[in-house]
Design a protein around this ligand. Structure first.
Ligand code: ADP
Length: 158
């Protein structure tokens, strides 16, 4: 089964990478889909986000793509039969439930599957990492090691 994991990944965190790796252990192929949303102001360009994710992934069954428009449409085009999302807390659930239900209405053949965040990452988001890095705080363990120096330096100068 081919699945896609859409998100903003601005930048990829250790929590995102954990979801990607866990999904890659369960499914034949995982496509990490960097969705471009013109209304969302990102710190990193889509190409930079792709570069960072590609530096972190180790299995052959993980691919990275950049997409625009509707996630379900993109997932269908890629031949994915499910969308993977991560849930950290009840607050995520409310938003994710709405998104998943809307996607179900748009494309009933694509299921949304949820993976629960590891407790050590349940507080972690790209925004939290950005806030820490921009203020010169310690980002150890929050970013994947492969990109930690690059991303931390890049976030400091924003
Ligand atoms: P989006 O803008 O689509 O929410 P994100 O890059 O913030 O994009 O997140 C992509 C997905 O990864 C979402 O389902 C989100 O809940 C999940 N996620 C984010 N951070 C973590 C984490 N620390 N652990 C597990 N899942 C996470």
């Amino acid at each position: 089964m081919k699945v896609c994991y859409p998100g903003t990944f601005d930048p990829i965190t250790a929590g995102h990478l954990d979801i990607i790796e866990r999904a890659s252990n369960k499914f034949d192929e995982v496509i990490v889909l960097i969705m471009q949303n013109p209304r969302k102001k990102c710190m990193f360009t889509a190409e930079e986000r792709k570069y960072m994710i590609e530096k972190c992934i180790k299995s052959d069954n993980i691919k990275v793509e950049i997409g625009t428009g509707l996630t379900v449409e993109y997932a269908k085009q890629l031949g994915a039969s499910a969308i993977i999302r991560g849930i950290r807390a009840v607050t995520d659930y409310e938003y994710e439930l709405q998104q998943a239900t809307a996607n179900m209405k748009l494309e009933s053949s694509i299921e949304t599957l949820f993976l629960i965040a590891k407790p050590e990452y349940s507080f972690l988001s790209s925004s939290v990492v950005k806030e820490i890095a921009m203020n010169g705080g310690n980002t150890d363990g929050l970013l994947p090691e492969e990109i930690s120096d690059y991303a931390t330096e890049r976030m400091k100068i924003e």
